[in-house]
Design a protein. Structure first.
Length: 160
């Protein structure tokens, strides 16, 4: 057995938030509704993950964002298109290095950091939850195969 746990958490209501036109005005309204600024690129705060300069992933309740959005963007449900998988334990970073093009072992990839990277040919969004855990948002159509890949890879990781 290895020092990593792979836990399928299932689907959660997810929305893609995209801003356009004058994104600063919409972001200001949304920040007021949330009680905090939208996270910077590569970061997460609360239930919002920043994916790119004008795109965020919102997990769970998004009514406050929708009400504040106005005509400055769109909030689109993903329709259950992603499975959430928690990787935890001392070796979660090493496991992400298997089949990935991302340096998950970097000290820069810290709590509430977000990255989207291909892992075993699947685009996966990662959020560091703690020093001991990472949440992966995996396209539902690839979730079973990727978890199988991770379980096989975890079996070959060195023990600590």
């Amino acid at each position: 057995m290895t020092d990593v746990t792979i836990e399928q958490l299932g689907r959660a209501p997810l929305h893609m938030l995209e801003l356009w036109g004058d994104p600063k005005a919409a972001a200001k309204r949304i920040a007021k509704a949330l009680g905090h600024d939208l996270p910077k690129v590569g970061k997460a705060q609360g239930n919002v993950l920043r994916l790119s300069p004008t795109t965020w992933l919102v997990e769970g309740e998004a009514a406050a964002i929708e009400a504040a959005l106005g005509d400055g963007g769109a909030l689109t449900p993903t329709g259950g298109g992603y499975e959430r998988v928690r990787l935890s334990g001392p070796a979660w970073r090493s496991l992400l290095m298997e089949g990935s093009l991302f340096d998950a072992e970097s000290a820069q990839f810290a709590i509430d950091c977000v990255a989207t990277t291909p892992i075993d040919h699947v685009a996966v969004t990662l959020r560091v939850e703690s020093e001991n855990a990472c949440l992966a948002y995996v396209p539902a159509s690839h979730a079973a195969d990727l978890q199988h890949f991770w379980r096989l890879s975890a079996g070959g990781l060195p023990q600590s």
